[in-house]
Design a binder for this molecule. Sequence first.
Ligand SMILES: *Cc1c(COP(=O)(O)O)cnc(C)c1O
Length: 350
Amino acid sequence: MENKFDINTLVRENVKLMKPYSSARDEFEDFDTAEMIFLDANENPFENGLNRYPDPQQTSVKSVLANQNGVAINQILLGNGSDEVLDLLFRAFCEPKIDNVITLPPTYGMYGVLANLNAVENREVLLSNDFQPQLELIMSAVDTNSKMIFLCSPNNPTGNSFSEGSVQYLLDNFNGLVLIDEAYIDFSDKASWIQKIKDYPNLIITQTLSKAYGLAGIRLGVCYASAAIIAVLNKIKPPYNVNELTQQRALDRLANPKQIKEEIISIIAQREQLLKVLSEVSFVSFIYPTEANFILIKVDNANQRYDELIAKGIVIRNRTTQPLCENTLRLTIGTAEENQKLIAALKSLN
Ligand SMILES: *Cc1c(COP(=O)(O)O)cnc(C)c1O
């Protein structure tokens, strides 16, 4: 088990020393007191449903997520998409030009972009040919300035999830933070790692309402971690980072888990259907196993096939420039009708 982990050795010095911004709503947070007259935040007093600042701690949304996931409210941080959460992690823990992070390409491009933006070295350790973490190579890339390892599982763009043993090994042996990006977890049979945050003080899970929950437009990302990690992120987050409209729409959607579940089941059924018929397309040479709402395929010439599909009005993602992904295309699962059109288009090419 984890032994040398100490959150205080990981937090940047300026973050430790800084005094957080205290908003009007932080200083007096008893929102529901109907009797109170709020003259503290320079808001326009005329009610229109949105004239007040939103709850900076998004307590209503967090309560629902806490209940649904069996964690405490102080183990949750919400952000303007997971992208904001990831950026906060860099800013909290990685000293520019000194610290480094480990990413495992081919994977989600934002980890590298945020590393660059924050002037943090990105040590890339390729996945193996079957897209699993190469543990020995990772551990030899790690040094005392390695603050985070980014595991995207199920991984984008490959679609597979990482073996439980590999994740466990990194949690046990890496003394920095292990982030598991579970943007696609709802499309997988594998369990989320959320329940393990009580066992691993260095574990951080991110999820999002952008994929299975069907709300990419509202921008809501969720971070689950120990209360100690969440407290650090809370200290540095912009005070009103999740707007009122987003909080309201998230609450509406979260109140309807049955509908979400039905959509997920339908997307998975469509995925399985698409996997079968893709093998009938002559120029598809490999279909990668997937636990996400997309399929990565290898074709004869990805640039050519991409252009041909655009000409037929279908936009997919060309991943050919990614490491280990030469001549691959990533297809998002659409509706039954959209998928039929995709297959018809693919079969019409030769
Ligand atoms: C789509 C995606 C996200 C979602 O990011 P948001 O900012 O929450 O929309 C996060 N991680 C991965 C790997 C993704 O593919």
